[in-house]
Design a protein around this ligand. Structure first.
Ligand SMILES: [Zn+2]
Ligand SMILES: [Zn+2]
Length: 102
């Protein structure tokens, strides 16, 4: 069902075109009943969390939980200033994470 954009009346068929019975509005051509909507799929940015982990170097460090001898290694400066950096280890097997102070 098409409505007149001018006065809102329901359009009726006039010869070839649809026209408004109340005002002089006439639609151009046949009414388009189906509007082609292009729904663009939103591509979600899937953040690869594991990627960061894999960039860390793997060192020989014994896991305190499972005894595995390989662990990811990184350091972190917890506070600015004279505090020593903290060593972090994450077991490549059980993902147990621990840290080591100097
Ligand atoms: Zn009208
Ligand atoms: Zn482990």
């Amino acid at each position: 069902m098409e409505f007149c954009p001018k006065c809102g009346s329901v359009l009726v068929e006039k010869k070839k075109n649809l026209g408004c019975p109340r005002c002089t509005y006439t639609s151009k051509g046949k009414a388009k009943l189906v509007s082609s909507e292009k729904i663009e799929e939103k591509k979600e940015n899937i953040e690869v969390v594991k990627k960061d982990m894999e960039t860390f170097p793997i060192v020989s460090e014994k896991c305190k939980k499972c005894g595995h001898d390989k662990a990811y290694f990184w350091t972190s400066q917890t506070r600015a200033g004279d505090e020593a950096e903290t060593k972090f280890f994450k077991c490549t097997k059980c993902e147990y994470t621990w840290r080591e102070y100097r």
